[in-house]
Design a binder for this molecule. Structure first.
Ligand SMILES: Cc1cc2nc3c(=O)[nH]c(=O)nc-3n(C[C@H](O)[C@H](O)[C@H](O)COP(=O)(O)OP(=O)(O)OC[C@H]3O[C@@H](n4cnc5c(N)ncnc54)[C@H](O)[C@@H]3O)c2cc1C
Length: 367
């Protein structure tokens, strides 16, 4: 419950900091709306809603079909859950603004300087070695590229498409005036936002994972992934059937074996790390960074323990992913199973989660 509260506060903290630093990142705190459009999804949505309330979320709301449509008219939606603790933003504007803010404080950011290996008090790059009392690894989905970390966090791909700006008459048929971020309760879930310039940016899983924890870092997105995301877009909003996709982009997320994010400082080596946010890292990275800061200040005697250093994700231990080819087979098998389960839930009227998905959840360690 303390972690939930800290996460809720962090959404407002990101917005407050951006305002104070004059960073225009299109931030709009419209909350998060998650919709269900099959009976099985609705059953999961209600269970999810109840779990969130049990973690102290007092302001979360549960909607039926009509109230959902009052917010966003998603085709076939039978219910939704909404929390005010979420914000729409433009991540590239945020990261550029933050970089400018720290540079104006005198910090130097070294770009195009890959760290290939981290050792106690040493970060090794092709151009030289940086020495420091503390080395903090915050490389999320790219962690596998560091020596010795191929199995630490799985680099999972996520892809997005963005439409052209949509005209007013389309928006009046969709609603979405609150600009909530949008998600669903499918096993291979989607996420979307109404951008500041009135486009829809929608994401989901493309090719989930590349053999040997390889990562692409140029953002290129396969045509089949663009088609699959477009299909979701049109399934959600059939009136967009003729709308062009203007951009597509892919990146990597860091996925720990137990799907739990962690913040750790090893006092004996001075090595710290934060991450494993599994695709929900924009606000979480802020909370993790403030927590790492407190851990370092505590360790170096500049301050005592704080509320953040006492959060339960601090020093949480997680085992490594399986070696290849098990890792590749497991992830691809899991996503094939999730897609089959989503299809069977869409085509059958039962309120029970497909047995296939329950099996995949157990194997993947997600639940
Ligand atoms: C398509 C997509 C959609 C997403 N949507 C959402 C969303 O809707 N909401 C949400 O909360 N999160 C979302 N995420 C996840 C979110 O982007 C991440 O969780 C967040 O960026 C993590 O922040 P970070 O600073 O820890 O890591 P990153 O933003 O990944 O930054 C890591 C940095 O480390 C650098 N780096 C990596 N390896 C090395 C190395 N060896 N040496 C030196 N530097 C290195 C990288 O260049 C990068 O600058 C999405 C991610 C993707 C890919």
């Amino acid at each position: 419950m303390r972690l939930q509260q800290a996460m809720n506060d962090t959404v407002a903290e990101v917005a407050r900091t951006a305002a104070e630093e004059n960073i225009d990142a299109d931030i709009h705190q419209g909350g998060v709306l998650e919709v269900a459009y099959t009976p099985a999804q609705l059953a999961r949505l209600k269970a999810f809603h109840a779990t969130e309330l049990s973690y102290g979320e007092k302001d979360r709301e549960l909607y039926g079909a009509r109230d959902t449509a009052e917010r966003i008219r998603v085709a076939g939606a039978v219910g939704s859950t909404w929390t005010p603790h979420g914000a729409r933003l433009h991540p590239a504007k945020l990261v550029k603004g933050l970089a400018a803010a720290v540079e104006s404080l005198g910090v130097t950011i070294h770009e195009s300087t890959p760290v290939t290996e981290i050792r106690p008090k040493h970060a090794i790059t092709p151009y030289g070695t940086v020495r420091a009392p503390y080395v903090l690894r915050c490389t999320e989905g790219f962690t596998a590229s560091l020596k010795g970390h191929r199995r630490t966090w799985l680099p999972m791909n996520s892809s997005m498409i963005v439409t052209e700006p949509l005209p007013e008459d389309v928006w009046s048929s969709i609603g979405w005036e609150g600009r909530e971020t949008l998600g669903d309760m499918a096993h291979a879930y989607m996420y979307a936002q109404r951008t500041a310039d009135d486009r829809i940016a929608l994401g989901g899983r493309g090719v989930p994972y590349r053999y040997g924890s390889r990562t692409d870092n140029d953002g290129r997105t396969q045509p089949a992934t663009i088609d699959a995301l477009r299909e979701i877009l049109v399934r959600f909003f059939p009136q967009l059937a003729g709308v062009a996709v203007s951009h597509a982009w892919s990146g990597v997320l860091g996925v720990p074996r137990d799907w739990c994010a962690t913040v750790t400082l090893d006092r004996t080596t001075g090595l710290g790390w934060a991450g494993g946010y599994v695709g929900s890292g924009v606000a979480t990275a802020n909370l993790a960074a403030r927590t790492l800061r407190d851990l370092v200040q505590q360790d170096s005697g500049q301050s005592g323990p704080t509320e953040l250093t006492a959060l339960p994700w601090v020093n949480h231990k997680v085992r490594k992913w399986e070696p290849e080819p098990l890792r590749w087979l497991g992830v691809h098998g899991m996503y094939a199973t999730y897609r089959a389960a989503d299809h069977s839930e869409r085509t059958s009227p039962t309120a029970e989660t497909a047995r296939l998905a329950r099996l995949a959840d157990r194997l993947s360690g997600r639940h």
